[in-house]
Design a protein around this ligand. Sequence first.
Ligand code: TEU
Ligand code: CA
Length: 557
Amino acid sequence: MKKQWWHDKVAYQIYPKSFYDSNGDGIGDLPGIISKLDYLKDLGVDILWLSPIYKSPLADEGYDIADYYSIDPRFGTMEDMERLIAEAKKRDMYILMDLVVNHCSDEHEWFRKAVQDPDGKYGNFFYIEDREEGKLPCNWRSYFGGPVWEPLPGRPDKQYLHVFHKKQPDLNWENPEVRREVYKNINWWLDKGLGGFRIDAIINIKKKLPFCDYPADREDGLSCIDNMLAEAKGVGEFLGEMARETFRPHNAFTVGEVFNEKKEEIKDFIGENGYFSTMFDFAETVYGKSPKGWYDSSAFLTPEEYKSCIFAAQEKIGDVGMISNIIENHDEPRGVSHYILPEDLCDESKKLLAGVYFMLRGLPFIYQGQEIGMENTVFQSIEDVDDVSTLDEYRVALNAGLGEEEALKKVAAFSRDNARTPMQWNTGKNAGFTEGTPWLRTNPNYLRINVEAQEKDENSVLAFYKKLIALRKSEEYKETVVYGKLVPFMEQEKNLIGFTREGDKKLLVLANFQKEPRQVALPSEMEKLLLNNLKDLDLKDGKINMGAYQFIVLELR
Ligand code: TEU
Ligand code: CA
């Protein structure tokens, strides 16, 4: 594989609204991020992905952009953004912004002009169709529930497409003028010194046209949009053009949020001349999700299910490209609350989960708060919930006949709000996130889980992440950790996740993903113990007696 500057780096996702509030209005902001750059540098991360901070009505928390050339005043000013890029550069860090171009906000001037004149230039920036009573152009279901068609404001004879929220009208990528405007904006931002972009929901830009229905999969008579995406052909033309027009000339780093990719497309997406530098592995993220909705989905993955997902993803990618690995992001529950049973949640099991995903082949992304083992929050009632996706899934659960309490409990396990509660800096007011009233309730467990306490504790989850990052960057082992082949080890052993990483060194990763102890016979002699989430290593005659949730990395002779 041709080496790239970002291969040996570590990435960190910031959700600006919840990271650090510098001016007491309860909303995280750019000056707040700048004030925490040294914390992030000390952690050892290099690439910072910021969820959207452009001008937005925040109908979908900023993934509904009203002006691609601006910073929303809630988050700061363009000068703040330029200062962040400069301050990051001083620390050899790179800033990625979120490229959200499948749709814009209904408050964007393009949409405003389309509403005024649906048959004019800007009408063709969107998918606007004539309205016939009782018949929709297609029965696709929005990701946020309900039909993807909404009457055009002031024009009852017209309707527009939105695969997400109705305040997020889809941009018509078949229109070359739309593409030209998007590329112009990308280059404008890259010329400002961005390291690149995380690319939002990009598989949705290519629709199967003409619009048609798919078999209804719920009582609402609608069909999951995945059914259309499975038949949509030609997204590569758009992505290849975008890469040629913008990313490549800037040698920009890009990470695609790609669900539903077809196996044969992977090389095109992240291969040597791929559209993107990398893309996320979502195999574990989507596992166990029911087409009926969150209420019918499994709130936890067993260690065996998790193991099968990560090994399948590694197998699928092979040496085609460099995948990006996560355990959580701003759309998902906290990883430690999704992959570890509540009764087994402890520092050891959190470190084990960290170690397993971090030692996989690929670029590790850490989501804000993951490095201290932040957990899902608690919702007293549905009124506590901000996330439009959770509110929709709650309605779906009620419609399926669940009572209010059970519906809330079911959707709480998946709510995107779990990852959006304020970052927990210390035991001060609102976990040190804001002097004001936080826009979303702080997780009450901040007295137990916070940065300040863990910075003083060499056995903390935070300290363990620093050790993982240091191992990945160490002169002696980085070649193997970054490029080494991944070979599953004792794959059939229940609740054992074992694999070797084979490069100029041979490393063995062993994770006893259960509270029961177990014995593991080493395949060859241990040269050196590199990481251990427990104090001791019980190794005798080539056999290791592993304790509950013990995680180790060792170099083999
Ligand atoms: O998410 C795309 C997406 O399809 C999934 O994340 C999922 O369907 C969604 O989170 C609903 O649960 C991206 C962003 O990450 C997400 O925050 C935005 O809401 C969405 O696109 C629209 O921009
Ligand atoms: Ca603020």
